[in-house]
Ligand binder design. Structure first.
Ligand SMILES: Nc1nc(=O)c2c([nH]1)NC[C@@H]1CN(c3ccc(C(=O)N[C@@H](CCC(=O)O)C(=O)O)cc3)C=[N+]21
Length: 285
């Protein structure tokens, strides 16, 4: 068997960040500081870590960020009001509401409140719909990051059979749409799928987005498959049994160091995209 290629998310992220940093610098010279607002409800430690990483990345690459921290007992109405305020705030170009929110909150309703032009995280149904139709500007960040990894390593997508495991609104479902728009043949598997292993064994590309540690087994995988592990379980463990799948795959993302860092790079890129668009509206209006 030939050697397995490790798809290095840090390398892909670095390249995206370099471009973002240049564009952010240009914007600053024109008097606009691209700004991401992050909203975190409650005190889940993992969510705190992710949000902190997003804020730090903004700082490092020349964006500003506003961090909104709301208590665990926040109501849907309070969260919606906060998001509406950020929609109105002209300094803010992108809004990220960290998923998951505490269970008393209607998360969908909160997501839907985000103004489309600030939905850099691709969580609104409007944004998702546009992305699915093939003209959306801000696909959700992990799916966009997955595509960036495949493209960076020039992995062919057209005509390939992609099996997406998971159908969540900001990961599996939009990932399947992006792959479909690139002319992959897409199978979407989920918790009610019958004979999952059989579906997975027919994949040329596997996107693991289930949220179960080391779920995808080596003996499900056809030799030569490209494996993208988009899982982020406790302790930085992916959704793929890495050791067992590595020997079968032609290429595989590690966790950490796979789609995670690229997700953040895409989020910042989208924020700069949104800021550039606001500037263009000011100039050409
Ligand atoms: N509205 C919303 N949008 C999201 O994009 C979103 C979200 N909610 N909720 C949680 C998930 C998870 N997520 C990750 C981002 C970066 C890493 C990442 O960079 N991980 C590093 C390691 C992290 C560490 O060092 O602790 C890596 O994989 O190499 C992981 C996971 C974004 N998410």
């Amino acid at each position: 068997m030939s050697k397995t290629l490790i798809l290095d998310g840090l390398r892909v992220a670095r390249e995206i960040h370099q471009q973002t940093q240049k564009r952010a610098q240009k914007l600053r010279e024109q008097g606009i500081v691209p700004c991401l607002a992050t909203v975190l409800v409650g005190d889940d430690p993992a969510s705190h870590t992710y949000v902190r990483m997003k804020g730090k990345a903004c700082e490092k690459y020349g964006l500003s960020s506003i961090r909104i921290q709301l208590p665990t007992e926040t109501t849907t109405e309070e969260l919606v009001a906060k998001i509406e305020e950020l929609n109105q705030d002209e300094r803010v170009h992108g809004i990220l509401l960290q998923h998951p929110v505490p269970s008393q909150i209607d998360e969908r309703k909160a997501f839907e409140t985000i103004a489309l032009h600030k939905d850099v995280d691709g969580v609104t149904s409007h944004g998702y719909g546009e992305v699915s139709m093939g003209f959306g500007e801000f696909p959700s960040c992990t799916p966009a990051g997955i595509m960036a990894i495949l493209d960076y390593y020039q992995i062919p997508i057209e005509g390939k059979h992609a099996v997406v495991i998971g159908r969540s609104p900001i990961l599996g479902k939009p990932a399947s749409q992006l792959l479909l728009n690139r002319n992959a043949t897409v199978t979407v598997c989920h918790s009610r799928t019958v004979d999952l292993a059989n579906h997975v064994s027919q994949a040329d590309i596997i996107i693991a987005a289930v949220g179960k540690p080391r779920f995808v087994q080596g003996d499900w995988v056809k030799p030569g498959t490209v494996i993208i592990d988009a899982g982020y379980n406790k302790g930085n463990i992916g959704d793929v049994d890495y050791e067992a799948c590595f020997s079968k795959a032609s290429a595989i993302t590690p966790v950490p160091g796979g789609p995670g860092p690229v997700t953040i790079a895409i989020l910042l890129k989208h924020t700069v995209d949104a800021a550039e668009r606001m500037l263009n509206r000011l100039v050409y209006k």
